[in-house]
Design a protein around this ligand. Sequence first.
Ligand SMILES: NC(=O)c1ccc[n+]([C@@H]2O[C@H](COP(=O)([O-])OP(=O)(O)OC[C@H]3O[C@@H](n4cnc5c(N)ncnc54)[C@H](O)[C@@H]3O)[C@@H](O)[C@H]2O)c1
Ligand SMILES: O=C(O)C[C@H](O)C(=O)O
Length: 320
Amino acid sequence: MSRRNKITVIGAGNVGATTAHWAASRHLGDVVLVDIKPGMPQGKALDLAESGPPMGFDLNLSGTQDYADTAGSDVVVITAGVPRRKDPKTGEYTSRDELIETNRKIVGAVTKGVVEHSPDAVLIAVANPLDAMCHVTLHESGFPKQRVIGMAGVLDTSRYKTFIAMELGVSVEDIHGMVLGGHGDTMVPLPRHTSVAGIPLTELLPKDKIDAIIQRTRKGGGEIVGLLGYSGYYAPAASACVMVESVVRDRKRVLPCACLCEGEYGYDGLYLGVPAVIGKGGVEKIIEMELNDEEKAMLDISANAVRDVVKLLPYTSAAS
Ligand SMILES: NC(=O)c1ccc[n+]([C@@H]2O[C@H](COP(=O)([O-])OP(=O)(O)OC[C@H]3O[C@@H](n4cnc5c(N)ncnc54)[C@H](O)[C@@H]3O)[C@@H](O)[C@H]2O)c1
Ligand SMILES: O=C(O)C[C@H](O)C(=O)O
């Protein structure tokens, strides 16, 4: 009898629980939710399982504090970590990078728990600061780079496409394009490589409108924090699920993901958002697209911003 795919989600908070929700509703596999809060992942998993009859999914959904229950996972999504929040008095909110000290410890510890029981899994890092957390996950897992991927580009691209669709009054389905670079304000949307049903975006919108969409995309996470008071989770979880699906169904989608660049785009030993073919084995290939001087300069700025954060980790030999 063939077995179902097993998907573990570490951290059953907003992003983790919503990832489990999307994964179940798309019937991607059995889902195990892990969280340090006793009863909480168990309660969310049971509640989700009880939504199976009306929603028509019949998967095993469980919650646990015990990594042994995650054994043999095909994919593990690591959302455990603190999100940024808005101070209700000042309206100020922290940057993703300021989360590094807390989250590197959480992500490091959970990665060790995961790999002990699922040595063949593909790991998808989600906690922030995302690109640096990919380095933590790679280091602590000892996995090959192909099996440690970061989720950010799919989300950033999703926001970019949403804003284009809103501006043009067209379906998001017809918008094709990508956002590369680090998951921060220096990310690199690529309007020259964006089309609407094959029509170049640059023919459909004037430069000032495109520039406004780029700026809104770069600040997209902050816009949600500003409105909600804490980080968004529907679009992040949906984006993680697109990656999970490409792995478990071996779809070989071309997705912008944080991948370890070792020479690609001129970067060495650095996680950065680049287009990648995602299949059963994780990153099957990084696609090197032609960038013009302006685009490459923006990617360099973004890579430098990521490198500055990665340098704060105790064990990396500052990527070049
Ligand atoms: N990469 C992205 O694009 C992206 C998008 C959204 C959120 N995030 C990040 O994802 C992380 C989670 O965000 P959230 O909104 O779900 O936060 P949340 O607070 O709702 O959930 C985090 C959960 O992690 C759990 N946790 C903490 N330490 C743990 C441990 N050692 N083991 C197991 N579970 C543990 C907490 O109990 C909590 O339930 C944050 O770092 C956030 O910044 C990244
Ligand atoms: O911005 C955040 O705090 C969370 C996440 O990185 C996002 O882009 O939504």
